[in-house]
Design a protein around this ligand. Sequence first.
Ligand code: PGA
Length: 251
Amino acid sequence: MSGLRRPLIAGNWKMNGLRADGEARARELARRAGGADAPPCDWVLCPPAPLLPVVAAATTGSPIGIGGQDCHPEASGAHTGDVAAAMLADAGCRWVIVGHSERRADHGESDALVAAKAQAAHAAGLVAIVCVGETEAERDDGRAHAVVARQIAGSLPRGASAANTVIAYEPVWAIGTGRTPTPDDVQAMHAHIRACVPAGIDAGALRILYGGSVKPGNAAQLLRLPDIDGALVGGASLAVEDFWAIGEATR
Ligand code: PGA
């Protein structure tokens, strides 16, 4: 972490939970994050869309922000099953994840579509958390930096800034697997990302999160790296103690 950028700890609940447990988890995190001795980070929870109202209610007045896990590039229309960025904002969101590798893989999302989604997020006043990351085969072939550079070039829309955009580097092979890159590899990739963001973005102010099997046991060693500005947490965000411990590692 760098003193220039406030750390951000974001929880991606993916397709997990019902209202009762989502509400209980959000309420307990809101209570802790509102405490005088809370760690010096920003917190975001990204629950499944049907849980947004209960999570919004449970976190009202607390330092916890909420976000969607995806949005459609268009503002409204005949798109069955999709959610518009303005609907997320209307539900209380300030954030939305776009281009998660599970969406890129499960729904064939291209860089261009991810950029359009990020642009829609910005138009709705949301901060887009834009995910990038190489597959295991791409890393083994020595192409990880080139792949991520291509994703950055293609997935950030015109108008992206350090204020309306966060980048999450999530190597696909590290998500949900318990495997993580070495701290040296993570730092090298984050420095590479900071070096290749488009000229319109203040790279020194841009927050770049690491995601992929972040746990209480590895958070401190990842978060102390100079170009890591926080974490996008999947599995460990479903347990209050684990997610809180990852935030504590920002101290
Ligand atoms: P994980 O997921 O922490 O369960 O590996 C991270 C993510 O996909 O955002």
